[in-house]
Write a protein that binds this ligand. Structure first.
Ligand SMILES: C[S@@+](CC[C@H](N)C(=O)[O-])C[C@H]1O[C@@H](n2cnc3c(N)ncnc32)[C@H](O)[C@@H]1O
Length: 249
């Protein structure tokens, strides 16, 4: 599932302009159905072979984390939302996101794509993730738009995700939040199933590994890339704690 560039001592010295020679680092974590690389997706992704790229990149919006834990003084605005000091700002979120390296895969789904839609091709198949499920609107968006290249009709996926109210396995009574932009495993699993992704899925902006868990549930192999060691560790921990899918045998 990966292309390792050969490095030989017999290779002639470069005489022209110096070329960057990038090789995959040793995996941060590896098991029989998942590999995690801690590094820069823009450098490592060209070395990866996969059928599908299902991902949730930094949106380029300078996201402020922790607003979902409650607020201190509503009248004085955003800065008074109580921050969750466990979460550092998201790497890469302070500059416009370039989705072009993701587009070479057969099946691609990119979350938050409304923030950089002008840099994506037209598509028949946008997925709307309805996070509210009829519970009314608040200051946050009711939904999120996911660009895909799936040769299928656009669809709505409904799954409640509203601050502390999260449906399913990420419900606060069951699990602590691992990442300020954590996605429901159910959403990532639905994208893989609807997009007929497989047998190998890559998430180059893996965060806490929701895509890798979804791939395991679907009986697929997965590759995650993430800059932050802390989130690599969170993803590895979640994989270690998750049982194997019946599909993967
Ligand atoms: C929106 S978050 C993904 C969250 C994930 N969906 C989850 O459920 O936890 C995007 C992630 O991309 C990572 N990131 C940003 N720039 C990166 C880069 N150049 N290479 C690898 N990871 C990067 C950030 O550290 C962040 O964890």
């Amino acid at each position: 599932m990966v292309k390792q560039k050969a490095q030989s001592n017999d290779e002639p010295a470069l005489t022209g302009p110096v070329e960057a020679i990038v090789t995959l680092p040793s995996p941060f974590y590896e098991c029989d159905d998942a590999v995690i690389y801690c590094g820069d997706a823009f450098e490592l992704l060209p070395l990866i072979e996969a059928h599908a790229c299902i991902t949730d990149p930094p949106y380029g919006i300078n996201y402020k984390s922790g607003h979902n834990t409650g607020y201190v003084n509503k009248r004085e605005g955003w800065d008074d939302w109580r921050r969750d000091s466990n979460f550092a700002p998201i790497a890469g979120d302070d500059k416009p996101f370039d989705p072009s390296p993701l587009l070479r895969f057969d099946r691609v789904a990119i979350c938050g794509a409304n923030f950089f839609a002008s840099r994506l091709p037209d598509s028949r198949c946008w997925i709307t993730w309805d996070k509210r499920e009829d519970s009314g609107s608040d200051r946050q968006s009711d939904c999120e738009f996911i660009w895909t290249n799936f040769p299928k009709p656009s669809r709505v996926f409904r799954h409640l995700w509203r601050g502390l109210c999260r449906r399913g396995e990420e419900n606060v009574a069951k699990a602590a939040k691992q990442h300020p932009h954590q996605k429901p495993v159910a959403l990532m699993r639905w994208l893989m199933e609807y997009g007929e992704a497989g047998p190998v899925v890559v998430d180059p902006f893996m965060g806490s590994g929701s895509t890798l868990l979804a791939a395991r549930d679907s009986g697929l192999k997965s590759i995650g890339i993430e800059l932050s060691e802390e989130y690599c560790e969170a993803a590895a921990r979640r994989l270690r704690n998750r049982s194997r899918s019946l599909l993967s045998g």
